[in-house]
Design a protein around this ligand. Structure first.
Ligand code: HEC
Ligand code: HEC
Length: 219
């Protein structure tokens, strides 16, 4: 990122992502509906590993869950909130990522994650869209090069949900991935398709060992 944007990310007084982080911290404590998150989990500062270890196998659901999925499960099933409040889920998730600032990504070794990772790896290398490009061709082979005005990043999930200048708001990883797919003129997967999860499980393994970023910002 440009030095100016890196400075903005570090300045917690100016960085817009912190509006969501602070909102999430209040929601964690508060009991607007049902028991608070803190009443079961304790202070959010203690949730150091949650963001670093998702997606993770969820025994009850029999499938992997992202951190956002887990927050949604607890919010709706344990707190009794309605499912529609996306900003609430985003804020809580951003606060959990901030609590894990600097913690290294630790993929879930559960054997049931393997088929998802394998499918995700195949998708990562599969050419798609009218431009007939794969994720790997940009993010493995051309990382650091320029594409139009932007530098191609390595494509790691170290801070989602994050604030994107282009969106003028905070958004989840899936929105970013959808943007890359439409960028190569590919039809994005259906909103709840398993392909998203497979890609995210593979990407988590690819990013293993990288530290998480609190209040991440992108161009
Ligand atoms: C009534 C108790 C209860 C409440 C209230 C609750 N949770 Fe949970 N939470 C659980 C249990 C039990 C699990 C274990 C996974 C599961 O069964 O879904 C869990 C798992 C989690 C995890 C993964 C923890 C880890 O070890 O990495 C996160 C993150 C989380 N909850 C967030 C929240 C948030 C955010 C709220 C408030 C909206 C909340 N929880 C409210 C019981 C609760
Ligand atoms: C044509 C090249 C290209 C292809 C193909 C492509 N991307 Fe991207 N991707 C980019 C660029 C450029 C950005 C940065 C955009 C920006 O910051 O404005 C980006 C950003 C990302 C990011 C955000 C990284 C961060 O630090 O926030 C992720 C994650 C990502 N891509 C994943 C994928 C996945 C998964 C695929 C395959 C489905 C894919 N990309 C395909 C060019 C590409």
């Amino acid at each position: 990122m440009s030095p100016a944007l890196q400075r903005l990310q570090r300045d917690t007084g100016l960085n817009p992502a912190w509006l969501w982080v602070e909102q999430g911290r209040e929601l964690w404590q508060g009991a607007s509906a049902g028991p608070s998150c803190a009443s079961c989990h304790g202070p959010i500062e203690g949730m150091r590993r949650a963001a670093a270890t998702h997606p993770r196998w969820h025994v009850g659901l029999g499938r992997p869950v992202t951190l956002m999925d887990q927050v949604r499960v607890c919010s709706t099933k344990r707190q009794g909130t309605t499912d529609g409040d996306v900003q609430r889920i985003l804020s809580l998730t951003a606060a959990l990522v901030a609590a894990a600032d600097g913690v290294r990504i630790e993929p879930d070794p559960h054997p049931s994650m393997q088929p998802w990772a394998t499918q995700g790896q195949a998708l990562w290398h599969q050419r798609m869209g009218q431009l007939n490009l794969s994720c790997a061709q940009c993010h493995d082979q051309r990382a650091g090069q320029r594409l139009g005005g932007t530098r191609i990043p390595q494509g790691h999930d170290t801070g989602y949900p994050l604030y994107r200048m282009e969106w003028q708001t905070l958004g989840p990883l899936q929105r970013r991935l959808r943007g890359c797919m439409t960028g190569i003129r590919a039809e994005p997967f259906a909103p709840d398709a398993d392909e998203w999860m497979a890609l995210m499980v593979y990407m988590q393994r690819r990013s293993a060992g990288l530290p998480l970023e609190a209040g991440a910002v992108r161009p």
